[in-house]
Design a protein around this ligand. Sequence first.
Ligand SMILES: *[C@@H]1O[C@H](CO)[C@@H](O)[C@H](O)[C@H]1NC(C)=O
Ligand SMILES: *[C@@H]1O[C@H](CO)[C@@H](O)[C@H](O)[C@H]1NC(C)=O
Ligand SMILES: *[C@@H]1O[C@H](CO)[C@@H](O)[C@H](O)[C@H]1NC(C)=O
Ligand SMILES: *[C@@H]1O[C@H](CO)[C@@H](O)[C@H](O)[C@H]1NC(C)=O
Ligand SMILES: *[C@@H]1O[C@H](CO)[C@@H](O)[C@H](O)[C@H]1NC(C)=O
Ligand SMILES: *[C@@H]1O[C@H](CO)[C@@H](O)[C@H](O)[C@H]1NC(C)=O
Length: 413
Amino acid sequence: MTPSAYLAVLLAIASPTIIQALDNGLARTPPMGWMHWQRFRCLIDCQAYPDECISERLFRTMAERLATDGYLQAGYEYIMIDDCWASKERDSDGKLQPDPDRFPNGIKPLADYVHSLGLKFGIYGDYGILTCGGYPGSKYHLEVDANTFAEWGVDYLKLDGCYTDFHNIEEGYVEMGKYLNATGRPITYSCSWPAYQEPEGLKSNYTKLAETCNLWRNWDDIEDSWDNVTDIVDWFSGNQDRIANFSGPGHWNDPDMLLIGNYGLSYEQSKAQMAVWAVMAAPLIMSVDLRTIEPQMKNILLNAEAIRVNQDPLGIMGRLVLKKEKIDIWTKPVLPIVKGTNSYAVALMSRRVDGYPRRINVTLSELNITHPGGFILKDIFSPQNEPVAHKDKDVIFIRVPPTGGLLLLATPR
Ligand SMILES: *[C@@H]1O[C@H](CO)[C@@H](O)[C@H](O)[C@H]1NC(C)=O
Ligand SMILES: *[C@@H]1O[C@H](CO)[C@@H](O)[C@H](O)[C@H]1NC(C)=O
Ligand SMILES: *[C@@H]1O[C@H](CO)[C@@H](O)[C@H](O)[C@H]1NC(C)=O
Ligand SMILES: *[C@@H]1O[C@H](CO)[C@@H](O)[C@H](O)[C@H]1NC(C)=O
Ligand SMILES: *[C@@H]1O[C@H](CO)[C@@H](O)[C@H](O)[C@H]1NC(C)=O
Ligand SMILES: *[C@@H]1O[C@H](CO)[C@@H](O)[C@H](O)[C@H]1NC(C)=O
C-alpha cells in the first residue's frame, strides 16, 4: 500500500462511527493556545490586582508573551478570554458589551491587536440565561451574539452551559452553530454540553457533537491539583470505548486546560499531564502566568516532540492499553508510517507514591505495538537518553517517577 492509501485506511479505521462531521475547515489538529480561566478565574478587582484582573491589559500582556516567548512558534496560536469579561447589561441594541472599566476600548481593538501579533482571538459565551459567573447569557440572543462575535473578529468561541436545562441543550448549540456559520467568519466552536450531561449520568450524543462542534468539554472543570488530573484521566480512560472514535481532525474531545506552570503540579506531574494530553490528542490550552512561569515548566509546554505527538495529522485519540503496578500506559498511533507500520506514542503515568522511580517491565507486543523489524524507542522528555532498538517481544525495563510520567516514541525499523 502507498503511504497515502495506508493513511486513508487508518483514518477510516479511526472514525468508523462518524457519518458526518462539522466541516468548517478549522481545528484540523487539536487547538493550541492560552485561556485565562484556570489561573485567573473571575478576578475582576483591578484596584487590588491590577496585573491579574480580567482586563484588556491582561490579554494584551499575555498575547505579547505568547507571540514573543516562543509559544506561537511552537503552535500555541489562540489567546482566549473566558468568563467575566462582559458588562452585566447588554447595550441599548441588545448586544453584549464588555465591562467598560476593564475593557475601556471595547473588544474589537483588542482582537485587532491580537491579530496584529499573528495570533488568533477567542472569547467566551454561555448558552443559558446567564454565564456561570452571572454575566448575560446568549439564550434568546443567539443570532445577535454570533453576529457580534464575528464583527469583533472572534476566531474561537467557547460556549458554556450554565443556567440551562441540560437535558435539552443540544438543539440550542446546533442553532448557535448555524448562526456562527451564517456570519461567514470561520470560528472554531467549542461546546460544553457533555460537561453538563455526563456528570449527571447522561450519555451525550457524540455523533451530534462531532457534527456540530470543533471540540467539546466532556467532563468537569479542571482545578489546580494532581488529584484533578488523575480523576480526569480516569474518566477518559473509563469512557474511551464510547468517546475515542469521535475525536479526529476537526472535532476533538477536550479534557480541559493544562495546569503546567501553576501552583498544583510538580515538575514530574507536569510532564505526566503533557504526556497524557499529547496522547489523548487533547486541545493544548495553557492557563498560566506567562510573565512568571519557571523555565523548566515552560520547556515542558514547548517540547516540540510532545507537541508533534499531540498535533499528529492522523488525529487519533490514544487509549489506555495496560495498567501495570499502578502505572497507566496509553498509546496513540502516529506518523511516520515505516514499512507499512505506523509509529506509536506511549505515555506512562504513575499513580504510585512510594518515593523512588519504579522499574516496570513491558514488551511492545503487550501494548499491541508490533512490527517485524521491531521499533526504535525514544524518551521524549530525556533527549540525553540514546534511542534504543527493541523487538516486539523484548522485555523492556522502564523507570517511572512516582506521581509522574514519561512520553516515549516508538518508530518502526
Ligand atoms: C458553513 O458550512 C458549510 C457547510 O458545511 C461549510 O462548507 C462552510 O465552510 C461553513 N462556513 C463557515 C464560515 O463556517
Ligand atoms: C444523535 O444525533 C444524531 C445526529 O444528529 C441523530 O441522528 C441520532 O438520532 C441521535 N441519537 C440519539 C440517541 O438521540
Ligand atoms: C477537582 O477537585 C475538586 C476538589 O477535590 C473536586 O471538587 C472536583 O470535582 C475535581 N474536578 C475534577 C474534574 O476532577
Ligand atoms: C471504534 O473504532 C474501533 C476501531 O478502531 C472499533 O473496533 C470500535 O467498534 C469503534 N467503537 C465504537 C463505539 O464505535
Ligand atoms: C490488541 O489488539 C487486539 C486485536 O486487535 C485486541 O483484541 C486487543 O483488545 C488489543 N489489546 C489492547 C491492550 O489494546
Ligand atoms: C516483570 O515484572 C513482573 C512483575 O510485574 C515480575 O514478576 C517479572 O519477574 C518481571 N520480569 C522480568 C524479566 O524481570
